[in-house]
Design a protein around this ligand. Structure first.
Ligand SMILES: [Zn+2]
Length: 130
């Protein structure tokens, strides 16, 4: 099963689920190939590029990274086919986030993949963020 998750919510996933941090800030090799670039993140947060532009840049980046690292993509797919793996980022579940774009990429590489939708945490937890 393939999951997406907010890093602060990984405890809500079944154990054992392999957590793959795909953030530019804290991802580790070999999984850091799934992270965007700092430039993209800064441009997006600074309002210099739109969600659509970010999506386009991320998809182009992943096409390049896939060509060079097919085995890393396949490794994630293999784990998701036989066990549980989650693509994790800091963004809340309802936010625009590259983990959803990456999930779609995996689903198009391997259409037999099963994806478990993210649970939106109760309202009180979201309010507590502010
Ligand atoms: Zn994110």
């Amino acid at each position: 099963m393939l999951y997406t998750v907010q890093l602060s919510q990984v405890k809500t996933l079944p154990t054992p689920t392999m957590i793959i941090d795909i953030t530019v800030q804290s991802s580790k090799p070999p999984w850091n190939i799934f992270a965007p670039t700092w430039e993209m993140v800064k441009d997006f947060k600074g309002g210099r590029i739109s969600e659509n532009q970010y999506t386009e840049q991320y998809m182009n980046l992943m096409r390049t990274r896939y060509k060079d690292n097919k085995e890393v993509f396949q490794q994630v797919i293999q784990i998701a086919m036989t066990g549980d793996v989650a693509l994790a980022c800091y963004c809340p579940p309802e936010a625009f986030c590259h983990r959803h774009l990456l999930k779609n990429i995996f689903m198009s590489i391997e259409p037999r993949l099963q994806y478990q939708r993210e649970v939106i945490p109760p309202q009180s937890e979201q309010i507590a963020l502010f």
